[in-house]
Design a protein around this ligand. Structure first.
Ligand SMILES: *Cc1c(COP(=O)(O)O)cnc(C)c1O
Length: 386
């Protein structure tokens, strides 16, 4: 093709940054067929093992029979079904907020919040390691973006102090998606409140997982009513698809009136909303899934430490193994797949230069011996015993 696409693609290949899709067959789960090969997966965000749960699938099928497949239009035209509305009420109740609003994806929810709340003369403050969708939300906004070094709250605070009179929004991942560590919510909320800024937390990886009952980062820190704006995705621990924003009535009403990614897109299929109601019931009821996950995380970390593997300081199901160069990360990932383990290599620009890694994720459906087998294979590949 013209204009250098081919040479740019070849350069990506040469530097180990080329990405390719693997084709899966059958349902999402820890045992999956990938490119025709049976393997044990350690890279899904389906942390609780609900994506293929019989009750969630049954709720989806029942709602499809009742509502059909497509929602037909956006929520403000005639796409807002009883299934969507019920789910919003259940989600608000679960996270302990007056209101919740469904979005079709987390990416769109993040863009939508910024588009509805901020304009020219306003400021956005973001952790450098935030998810791409938060960064894109800010880049696409006329508000000015200030990025502070990872977890550097002093830099955040001094930035807020000199920010002037416009609206101020602090945006952070709750659980950092490629590192697994947590945003220090209590101190962040304090700083934001003192400086007259809103705090928005993207709890994509905390919802369903963190806290005694899975309510996420607020419950983890036992901080009621924080953050001011909570965004959670439903395609990860909840095992379905979509996202929601929760907060007070004025916030949600403002999003309904002005979030462009809410107004100008088709509502989720109602059956997806109904399936999510079923999965939310399991998130609440099956505390054993979180307990098992915590047990597996502890086991993984102590066994990995004994093998001298370089883990990051994470207490969540995201347990990255730092490798460094992208080519090496890909080589280890390929070596794992030959042995039947699926772990994706994460490379720039998803993570900073020199910090390519294997992003290992644990799921409540893994068993202790699954983790041990993965660690044996990692030991051999990382330490060059293979
Ligand atoms: C996955 C993810 C999103 C995007 O959510 P989707 O529903 O998949 O669009 C947003 N933020 C974070 C931190 C995520 O990990």
């Amino acid at each position: 093709m013209k204009q250098g696409l081919g040479s740019a693609l070849r350069a990506k290949q040469a530097s180990g940054l080329y990405r390719r899709r693997r084709i899966t067959e059958g349902p999402q789960g820890v045992r999956q067929v990938v490119d025709g090969q049976q393997c044990l997966s350690f890279c899904s965000n389906d942390y609780l093992g609900l994506a293929n749960h019989a009750e969630v699938v049954a709720a989806f099928q029942k709602a499809a029979a009742e509502y059909g497949v497509g929602s037909g239009a956006s929520h403000l035209i005639n796409g807002h079904s009883l299934a969507h509305h019920r789910l919003e009420e259940e989600l608000a109740d679960f996270v302990g907020r007056p209101k919740a609003l469904l979005f079709s994806t987390g990416y769109m929810a993040n863009l939508g919040v910024v588009s509805a709340l901020l304009g020219r003369g306003d400021r956005i403050f973001q952790d450098r390691l935030n998810h791409a969708s938060l960064i894109d939300a800010a880049v696409g906004s006329p508000a000015k973006l200030f990025r502070y070094p990872h977890l550097d709250l002093q830099r955040l605070e001094s930035g807020l102090r000199i920010a002037g009179t416009g609206r101020k929004l602090v945006m952070t991942d709750g659980v950092f998606s490629m590192d697994g560590d947590l945003a220090p919510l209590p101190r962040l909320q304090e700083i934001a409140s003192e400086q007259g800024a809103w705090l928005m937390v993207d709890d994509a990886h905390g919802f369903g997982v963190l806290g005694q009952t899975g309510r996420g980062i607020g419950e983890h820190f036992q901080l009621e009513g924080s953050p001011d704006i909570l965004m959670c995705t439903l395609g990860k621990a909840a095992g379905t698809f979509g996202a929601f924003v929760a907060g007070d009535g004025e916030l949600i009403e403002t999003l309904i009136q002005g979030a462009r990614t809410y107004l100008y897109t088709t509502a989720l299929p109602p059956a997806v909303a109904a399936a999510t109601s079923a999965s939310l019931a399991l998130v609440k009821k099956d505390g054993w899934r979180r307990e098992k996950l915590r047990y597996l995380i502890r086991h993984f970390r102590s066994a990995a430490r004994q093998l001298g593997l370089r883990l990051l300081p994470s207490e969540t199901p995201i347990q990255p193994l730092l490798v460094g160069e992208p080519g090496r990360a890909v080589a280890i990932s390929d070596g794992l797949l030959r042995r039947g383990y699926l772990v994706t290599a994460i490379r720039p620009p998803t993570v900073p230069e020199g910090s390519s890694r294997l992003r290992i994720t644990l799921c409540a459906d893994h068993e202790e011996q699954d983790v041990d087998q993965l660690l044996d294979a990692l030991d051999a590949l990382v330490h060059g015993l293979a």
